[in-house]
Design a protein around this ligand. Structure first.
Ligand SMILES: *[C@@H]1O[C@H](CO)[C@@H](O)[C@H](O)[C@H]1NC(C)=O
Ligand SMILES: *[C@@H]1O[C@H](CO)[C@@H](O)[C@H](O)[C@H]1NC(C)=O
Ligand SMILES: *[C@@H]1O[C@H](CO)[C@@H](O)[C@H](O)[C@H]1NC(C)=O
Ligand SMILES: *[C@@H]1O[C@H](CO)[C@@H](O)[C@H](O)[C@H]1NC(C)=O
Ligand SMILES: *[C@@H]1O[C@H](CO)[C@@H](O)[C@H](O)[C@H]1NC(C)=O
Ligand SMILES: *[C@@H]1O[C@H](CO)[C@@H](O)[C@H](O)[C@H]1NC(C)=O
Ligand SMILES: *[C@@H]1O[C@H](CO)[C@@H](O)[C@H](O)[C@H]1NC(C)=O
Length: 761
């Protein structure tokens, strides 16, 4: 289920696809699937007293037997139901129906992080007062393990007075599992069960209980209490704490063994908004279509409208370009970088050579050289090199260290396969797909992961030496690794394929080898054969970076209760850093070169600076509606997304470049011979003291000229707004050319920085 365990994704997909057949009603019903039906509430005939009666009647008019799954009101006007394709089509033609969209399936995409982010140094972010206390972070995920020490409520005051949430009982979960830290827990399984059949409670809890670990990890990263003496099997020892230790957590379980279904996600978002969360954290994705078809974008719009900050994972489909999900401008889209912490484990070969890798294996090693084989040579399967289940020949593996290639099946499963075949250890080698990116795992046998270059060198030794031998040496936890952060190869990259005019991701945050709370129902590898139980686990993915930003948003919300979600995002973006303290630009593991705004957006979050950004680029719902007009959405598409009868004015020109976003992007046509000029309208709001800010802009390429008008803005008081225009002229360039620039406003003290990214397509 975790995209974060990259290599596990394929397994999950395989499982889910084979389950699409389950409906069990026979005949025509077998072709039923779930649709989300969006209705124009303003067109409800007066004969209906309540909108749900109208929804019911509309459904009955096309099908006597169709079941309504959920009726929505906050995030969508409409309902979800099981329909045949024909019923869906005839429903779409009925009055008052905006759209009937097939349900989509989404997938789920620390002791050291607070120090790494400088949070320990700022009193301002951790005031002695109770201000952080009132902020609630809602997490839509695999549920929650309430016994985790991360949800200890010691020292927290009563539940915030406006809180309307609940603690829903179910399998192994009662209302008393909530406390003053975990103040809400709900589960949404109706959509999942409508497609997959009833939940088997012997395999997963039909309740908010997290049997997987992912939801507990993300929730504790965002807002877990401080826990002393935390570690994973001795790795990453120290105090584990979430970003916003005093914020409250509300868990909304929408993800199950077979994935996260959009009808459940919408129901979860609706409840979270009604309950009164201040921040929403969604480490899941899959919606890469237009915003009015994407349930996460639709739900996030309703949340933004209510002043709720929504942060989502950017996806783990990097380093390919155009691999982002969750790109709506009202969402904070978060990519992943590394920490300054590593878990080195060396492979030492019989020829005296020594290669570095990483591992979270918990035992020690004697350092004795053992016979060493390549998996492709000890298997008769065509893809034996991958160490898939049942493909290794025990006679040729027993007592030996086996080199397996990364890819297709889960990394930890490969180790389990070697162990089952009697192997003594594993070297997991990256191939070109993963390059030099190393992700540490809590393997079940002595094992280490090495990069592609080391892997190739080790294979040359294996194929040339008549009696190859090796041993693996574990070095524990090392901190102070430089450079850090570096962009993770798996972190999804721009450009933004839906709206190239909006730069995404917005920013990066720690997402590699993150320690946080874990379920008591599964081992650290998540494998059925792993019977170890741990209070904390170390995992990687943009699933892990997203809740860092959710927690930081909660801290900013506590410090600045009047800031809108867009202001919070602007503060995080314009203060993010793109260079190391000792100079040099942020690096990208995938290329070994400088990371670009298509990879890191505005840069790596710097929460202490974000507390006092000076100026912000603010946005309202009206701005987003104008943006939708700029996208040429029809009234019905806008109504589906924004639940209102909104007509774009025919006399007005809407430009996507005028959305008051804290970054700048454009794509130029490589076939046009002359130059192209783009004008961006922007407005800065003063959230600091009085001051005069001067603009400076770099374009990164001589073919791009940038001017800012006016280039000086003076603010005399807080809340004051000042507009300006950025004019960008791009000369003709060949396709695939990119130019990366930067606009900075500075008062000599604070810098309000924005990335600029231009590409020729
Ligand atoms: C939607 O708005 C337009 C113009 O504002 C109006 O003419 C129309 O009647 C409205 N439609 C509904 C269903 O309210
Ligand atoms: C409920 O919890 C107990 C103890 O943790 C566990 O043994 C049991 O398997 C759980 N039941 C379900 C249905 O998850
Ligand atoms: C292997 O090499 C690393 C540096 O590349 C070194 O730190 C480590 O001590 C070496 N280990 C052995 C066993 O030689
Ligand atoms: C082992 O596999 C490699 C790569 O497939 C091959 O080149 C080599 O000849 C094999 N060695 C043996 C002994 O089969
Ligand atoms: C490999 O092939 C041999 C001979 O065909 C067979 O006896 C053996 O079971 C196979 N081993 C595996 C692991 O498939
Ligand atoms: C919207 O339509 C206008 C007029 O046809 C066109 O110039 C513009 O490129 C379109 N915008 C988008 C985002 O498709
Ligand atoms: C710089 O900003 C900080 C924080 O707002 C403020 O305390 C300090 O006085 C400022 N310094 C100058 C020279 O403006």
């Amino acid at each position: 289920m975790k995209i974060l365990h990259l290599d596990r994704l394929v397994l999950v997909l395989g499982l889910a696809l084979s389950c699409f057949c389950v409906d069990g009603y026979g005949g025509e019903q077998q072709q039923r699937r779930t649709y989300i039906v969006h209705m124009a509430k303003s067109q409800m005939p007066t004969a209906f007293q309540h909108h749900t009666h109208w929804y019911d009647s509309s459904l009955k008019s096309v099908s006597g037997s169709a079941r309504m799954i959920y009726s929505y009101d906050t995030v969508v006007h409409g309902f979800s139901a099981r329909l045949t394709a024909r019923e869906a089509k005839s429903l779409e033609a009925r009055p008052g129906i905006l759209s009937v969209l097939p349900e989509l399936r989404y997938e789920l995409h620390t002791t050291r992080t607070p120090e790494f982010l400088g949070l320990d140094k700022s009193k301002a972010l951790f005031p002695d007062s109770d201000s952080g206390n009132e902020v609630v972070v809602g997490v839509l995920d695999t549920g929650i393990w309430p016994e985790s020490k991360s949800f200890d409520d010691t020292g927290l005051g009563p539940v915030p007075s406006g809180w309307r949430g609940g603690c829903e009982p179910g399998t192994n979960f009662t209302a008393s599992n909530c406390n003053r830290k975990l103040i809400g827990a709900r589960f949404f399984s109706k959509g999942y069960e409508a497609t997959m059949g009833p939940i088997d409670v012997s395999k997963e809890s039909k309740s908010p209980r997290d049997d997987d670990g992912h939801g507990t990890h993300t929730a504790s990263t965002a807002a877990g209490s401080a826990v002393d003496g935390a570690s994973l099997l001795g790795y990453a020892p120290g105090t584990a704490r979430g970003m916003a230790t005093r914020a409250r957590v509300a868990a909304y379980k929408v993800c199950w063994v077979g994935g996260c279904f959009s009808s459940d996600i919408l129901a979860g978002l609706e409840k979270a908004i009604d309950d009164g969360v201040n921040v929403l954290s969604l480490s899941l994705g899959g919606g890469t279509s237009d915003f009015y078809r994407d349930s996460v974008a639709i739900g996030a719009f309703a949340a933004a409208e209510k002043g709720i900050f929504v942060s989502c994972s950017a996806g783990n489909a990097g380093p390919s370009s155009y691999s982002l999900s969750n790109t709506a401008p009202w969402i904070a889209t978060v990519g992943a970088g590394t920490l300054d912490r590593d878990f080195p484990a060396f492979v030492s070969l019989g020829n005296g050579k020594n290669f570095s890798g990483v591992s979270l294996f918990s035992g020690s090693s004697k350092g004795t050289l053992l016979p060493f084989v390549y998996a492709g040579n000890v298997s008769n399967a065509t893809n034996g090199n991958l160490c898939m289940m049942g493909t290794l020949d025990p006679e040729k593996v027993k007592g030996k260290i086996v080199l397996c290639d990364r890819g297709v099946n889960a990394r930890v499963q490969k180790g389990s396969v070697v162990k089952l075949a009697g192997g003594a250890g594993m070297v997991l080698a990256n191939t070109a797909a993963n390059g030099e990116e190393l992700v540490a795992d809590a393997h079940l046998l002595p094992a280490t992961s090495v990069g592609e270059k080391s892997g190739d060198a080790i294979k040359r030794y294996l194929f040339s030496d008549p009696n190859p031998t090796a041993t693996i040496l574990f070095e524990g936890t090392k901190v102070g690794i430089q450079p850090s952060p570096v962009l993770a190869a798996f972190s999804s990259r721009g450009p933004n394929s839906i709206t190239p005019e909006i730069l995404k991701p917005d920013m990066i945050a720690p997402g590699v080898n993150i320690l946080a709370g874990w379920t008591g129902a599964a081992g650290p590898t998540g494998l059925a054969v792993d019977d170890r139980r741990v209070g904390f686990n170390i995992i990687s993915g943009t699933s892990m970076s997203c809740p860092h930003v959710s927690g930081l948003a909660a801290l900013l919300k506590a410090a600045h209760a009047d800031w809108s979600p867009a202001a919070i995002k602007s503060a995080l973006m314009t203060t993010a850093y793109v260079a190391y303290k000792n100079g040099g630009n942020l690096q990208d593991v995938a290329t070994g070169k400088d990371s670009t705004p298509y990879d890191h957006g505005a840069g790596h979050v710097d929460p202490v600076s974000a507390l006092n950004p000076g100026l912000v680029y603010d946005l309202t719902v009206e701005d987003y509606l104008d943006f939708l007009c700029g996208l040429n959405y029809t009234s019905s598409q806008i109504n589906t997304l924004a639940r209102r009868n909104f007509t774009c004015e025919s006399s007005k020109t809407y430009s996507l470049y005028d959305l008051n976003y804290p970054s700048f992007a454009a794509s130029f046509d490589s076939l046009s011979s002359g130059s192209t000029t783009i004008k961006y309208a922007r407005t800065l709001t003063n959230v600091g003291s009085a001051g005069t800010y001067k603009a400076s802009a770099t374009s990164g390429l001589a073919a791009v000229k940038i001017s800012v008008e006016p280039d000086t803005l003076s603010f005399s008081k807080a809340g004051e707004k000042k507009p300006f225009t950025v004019t960008v002229t791009g000369s003709a360039m060949p396709a695939s050319t990119n130019a990366f620039g930067r606009l900075e406003w500075s008062d000599g003290n604070r810098t309000v920085g924005s990335p600029m990214a231009f590409s020729w397509t």
